[in-house]
Design a protein around this ligand. Structure first.
Ligand code: FES
Length: 167
């Protein structure tokens, strides 16, 4: 029989605290509803991506089968399950943004960072995610999301201002 080794020690104090807060928002026994938030904090703790061990730790903490955590992590584009940079930059390239210059935005960012879409900067600072579908900020096109914050009406100057401030 295979011995199951606990991974709970991988979850930091802040992550556990946040998970507890989210679990408390749902009825007893419905802790599965907290998986999204738990993964968000676990990813943040790990500087931008999830590992199988961290997902196991989340499952163990929430007393869920690991598969229920893996399926959430692999479904939502906000989660990364491979090593990547700690700040996530997503440029919307859907129709409204495309008509307002998203191709030039992507080209500008790729040149500025010296990487292609899907890559991270060698210093691990920025991950330029694969193109996103409409992020529901069409009136602000062209736009990008950086660590879940929207930046709209992008110009080379505003892009520089956002990216240069990511530590
Ligand atoms: S098309 Fe870019 S936010 Fe909708």
């Amino acid at each position: 029989m295979t011995e199951v080794v606990s991974k709970l020690h991988l979850l930091g104090e802040h992550t556990r605290h946040e998970i507890d807060e989210w679990v408390a928002r749902f009825p007893a026994g419905k802790q599965r509803s907290a998986v999204l938030s738990a993964l968000r904090f676990a990813q943040e703790q790990n500087h931008g991506f999830l590992t199988p061990e961290l997902m196991d730790a989340v499952a163990e903490y929430l007393k869920l089968p690991p598969i229920q955590v893996y399926e959430v992590a692999s479904f939502y584009s906000m989660f990364e399950t491979h090593a990547c940079g700690r700040h996530h930059v997503s440029v919307c390239t859907n129709i409204a943004c495309m008509l307002n210059g998203s191709d030039q935005v992507v080209a500008y960012i790729e040149k500025k960072l010296g990487i292609k879409i899907g890559d991270s900067t060698p210093d691990g600072r920025i991950f330029l995610k694969r193109e996103e579908e409409c992020l529901a900020a069409c009136t602000g096109a062209p736009m990008m999301m950086v660590d879940h914050i929207f930046h709209e009406h992008l110009t080379p100057e505003t892009i520089d201002g956002v990216l240069d401030n990511l530590k």
